[in-house]
Design a protein around this ligand. Structure first.
Ligand code: FES
Length: 127
């Protein structure tokens, strides 16, 4: 399903059970919040202090987009803007109520100014 060129794929590590897709240019990431990618389920990419993270975009509390949330840079956390649950961007752990279930985390790679994320094939079934 990958639409990446062989040159792009050659610059990315193999991640078992996952396929790389082009996410966005680094310049497309907002200073606060994330860049949503239209997979099924959707995922979002975040930039925090020069590092990049990808998590499932849907808050596990009430199906709200975490890309609309607020980044707490010091703790590397995204706060849902609907009811303020916080999730660790490194692990996906739900850190504060009302969310209790984690979100999935996904590998991110940067090649020059382009970000790629590695997702399970099931994320492309709705495409
Ligand atoms: S929808 Fe995210 S905390 Fe309620």
């Amino acid at each position: 399903m990958s639409e990446l060129s062989e040159k792009e794929l050659g610059g990315l590590p193999t991640v078992a059970g996952r396929e790389w897709i082009r996410a966005c240019a680094t310049g497309e990431l907002p200073d606060d919040g994330g860049h949503q990618i239209d997979t099924t389920p959707p995922v979002s990419v975040f930039a925090v202090a020069g590092e990049f993270f990808c998590i499932d975009d849907t808050c596990t509390h009430e199906m709200y987009s975490l890309s609309d949330g607020w980044i707490e840079e010091k703790e590397c956390v995204i706060e849902c803007s609907l009811h303020m649950a916080k999730f660790c961007l490194r692990t996906g752990a739900a850190l504060t109520p009302p969310a209790s279930a984690p979100v999935a985390v996904h590998p991110v790679a940067r090649v020059e100014d382009t970000l790629y994320v590695a997702l399970p094939p099931s994320y492309f079934q709705g495409a």
